[in-house]
Ligand binder design. Structure first.
Ligand code: ADP
Length: 667
């Protein structure tokens, strides 16, 4: 087959030559054939002469070429015209030269060449179609045997779970129309006699036949009060009758159950066809595929199955209408593929209108002060492949929406088991977060209030403890207690102040920051200067490393100073004496990075994710009495950096040291 495909033109010309040979053979034996067609002698001009042969064969090659290159309709049209011309030219030729001419052989040759070449062309297309269908059937496990059987089995289990069934029989319809049982489950071991069982079997088959003939469910109520019934359902896929399903319900059958059974039998019919098609796989097109009815029926089945599978897959999209969130799927050209009911409601568009708008038009409807350039958000998602998240506030309707834009990727197999992920579409999700945000605000307001209220008594406790310590009459022993009270209240005050700064950071809107051009290397220098005394106490060397020409960033200087202080302070706190801490300011293509590296205690791998959480402290033997520790420092750093559209990271090895770093975008 591949030879024919590769040398299509040569094969066509060869077929035309063979056709010419066949015509010649008839011609030589002309008498009988022509006599059969009419009075042979009246076709005097067609008498066989050797000089006519080359002309016939050259014409055949020419016809072969034309049949290969032209469509069927054009070939037939042109050949009709050619025959008229040929006839006229032949008459003229005979008149002038008195010699006979070859009209009839040419008239036979033309359709013969056409039939041969055209069949070959169809054959090639047919083979290609076969291969494609075979591949299609293999992909998506359309015909995967296990899944078809599994689906049928799982379907029957589902049915048994929801209805008290005493018997289920699945019939397959043979080509002859006869029903053949292929699966049967019985819950009750019958005590009936053989003849009554045979009778009821015949009745069951008959019910299924009736259902299949009429295309409708046949219901036979056995016992009205108990709700016992026999139901026969046709299994039909796209007008193709594939089998029947017989069900015997013991009790509690309700009229509404019929809807369930009908929906179920649709699904079963599709699964059934899957199984059936797999059993008769498509024949190789290079054999008699084109002319085989069984093969062509199989192909029709596969097309039906693909149709069914598309329908099944569309369930996923339809199901999104039952989500609480509003969803829209957009193709990469920006057109909307699907928007669920909630999205239509939120965007205030009708189903007809959504067909006429694109993704940008849709997002325009959700523009706020913060989300004022939807195009930039989409561009970021497409560039980075990372999700875009944003909270949108609509004060006029007192609503807050959480927006998420995701780039959906599809994995495609290339070559030998290599899989690549290609962007497929965009998924836009809006979540109503009004209630959650309100709740969060209430909780944080309450804790803030509590923290504020606690501050005053704690400060008094600390103040009075310190005052009492100044009293010389207080005995030494009590003085020690007073020192503890003062230290602990200092610790509580620190904790509260850290806690309040996290809470303030979380509440503040990004707009509230006083962003101004800040030179990060200068900030680092300043912080290092401030912490020099503390470092010296532990004989720790603070080393600064800076790239040349560090550009400015837009930042809140106070907050960034706080973040860097926390990192260097931690590095000093969690390092042994006589070690060093290296602070680097690095210029990257789109970011500025600050790294704080120490040779300290390090953090176990399992805890590295958690240290950014509020109040999380790494428990170390001998250090759990760390007075300065609140577990809030790193969460403040993270919050500050994220508010500056940057991110934080840590690399650490337990016992060898840590490298904390953050980066913020350049101006
Ligand atoms: P705090 O230092 O107040 O306990 P942080 O949020 O700053 O709170 O840090 C959380 C935990 O992370 C600390 O308990 C500490 O064990 C660990 N940690 C922070 N920085 C370092 C560091 N440079 N080296 C080792 N551990 C660290």
């Amino acid at each position: 087959m591949s030879f024919i495909k590769k040398n299509s033109l040569v094969v066509s010309i060869a077929l035309a030559i063979i056709a010419a040979a066949v015509v010649t053979a008839f011609w030589v034996k002309g008498g009988s054939v022509l006599a059969f067609l009419g009075d042979g002698t009246s076709f005097d001009g067609n008498a066989f002469e050797i000089w006519k042969l080359p002309v016939l064969f050259i014409l055949a090659a020419f016809f072969g070429l034309a049949a290969e290159k032209l469509s069927a309709a054009r070939y037939l049209m042109i050949s009709a015209g050619f025959l008229v011309f040929w006839f006229a030219a032949g008459m003229l030729f005979t008149k002038v030269t008195g010699m006979s001419f070859l009209f009839l052989p040419v008239a036979f040759l033309m359709p013969l060449v056409f039939a041969a070449v055209h069949t070959k062309k169809l054959w090639i297309i047919d083979d290609r179609l076969n291969q494609k269908l075979q591949r299609l059937a293999q992909t998506g496990q359309l015909l995967e045997g296990k899944s078809a059987d599994f689906r049928i089995e799982s379907g029957l289990t589902l049915l048994k779970t929801v209805l008290p069934l005493s018997e289920v029989i699945v019939f397959k319809r043979r080509d002859s129309g006869e029903l053949m049982p292929i699966g049967r489950t019985r819950n009750e071991s019958g005590t009936d006699s053989l003849s009554s069982r045979q009778n009821s079997w015949r009745n069951n088959v008959e019910m299924c036949e009736r259902a299949l003939d009429s295309g409708e469910t046949v219901l036979q109520i056995e016992d009205e009060t108990k709700g016992a019934a026999k139901i026969a359902l046709p299994l039909v896929v796209d007008d193709l009758k594939v089998g029947g399903l017989f069900i015997n319900v013991r009790e509690d059958f309700e009229q509404e159950d019929q809807n369930l059974l009908e929906a179920f039998s649709d699904q079963l019919a599709r699964n059934f066809q899957r199984k059936d098609l797999r059993d008769n796989s498509i024949r190789d097109g290079s054999k008699a595929g084109l002319f085989s009815t069984a093969n062509n029926l199989n192909r029709e089945g596969i097309v039906n199955l693909v149709k069914g599978t598309i329908e099944e897959q569309s369930f996923g999209v339809v199901a999104t209408s039952y989500f609480r969130e509003a969803h829209a799927i957009a193709y990469l050209d920006g057109t909307i593929a699907h928007a669920n009911r909630q999205m239509l409601g939120l965007a205030k568009v009708t189903e007809q209108e959504i067909a006429g708008i694109n993704l940008f038009d849709l997002l325009e409807r959700f523009k706020t002060d913060l989300f004022n350039e939807p195009k930039i958000a989409i561009r970021r998602v497409l560039q980075t492949g990372k999700a875009y998240e944003c909270e949108l506030e609509f004060p006029e309707v007192e609503t807050k929406l959480g927006l998420e834009i995701n780039l959906v990727k599809n994995s495609t197999e290339i070559g030998d088991s290599e899989i690549i992920e290609k962007p497929a579409c965009l998924l836009i999700t809006f979540r109503d977060i009004t209630a959650i945000k309100e709740n969060e605000k209430m909780r944080s307001d309450m804790t803030n209030l509590m923290s504020h209220e606690l501050r005053t008594p704690i400060t008094s406790i600390q103040g009075f403890a310190e005052m009492l310590m100044l009293d010389e009459n207080i005995p030494e022993e009590s003085r020690e207690y007073l020192q503890t009270i003062a230290n602990e209240s200092q610790r509580a005050a620190n904790l509260l102040s850290n806690f309040l700064s996290v809470a303030n950071l979380q509440q503040s809107d990004k707009k509230e920051f006083l962003k101004s051009p800040v030179k990060l290397d200068k900030v680092v220098e300043e912080v290092v200067g401030n912490l020099q005394d503390e470092a010296k106490r532990k004989r720790i060397r603070l080393v600064e490393r800076q790239d040349k020409r560090i550009p400015v960033v837009a930042a809140d200087r106070g907050l960034i100073t706080k973040a860097i202080s926390h990192l260097i302070d931690n590095a000093i706190k969690y390092s042994p004496e006589r070690s060093s801490v290296i602070i680097s300011t690095i210029l990257e293509s789109d970011f500025l990075r600050v790294e704080v590296e120490d040779r300290g205690y390090g953090i176990p791998a399992a805890e590295q994710e958690k240290i950014w959480q509020k109040f999380y402290r790494v428990a170390r033997t001998g250090q759990d009495k760390e007075e300065e520790s609140t577990g809030l420092g790193l969460s403040i750093v993270k919050e500050i950096i994220e508010q500056h559209s940057g991110d934080v990271s840590v690399k650490s090895e337990d016992g060898f040291g840590s490298k904390f770093s953050f980066r913020i975008p350049r101006f």
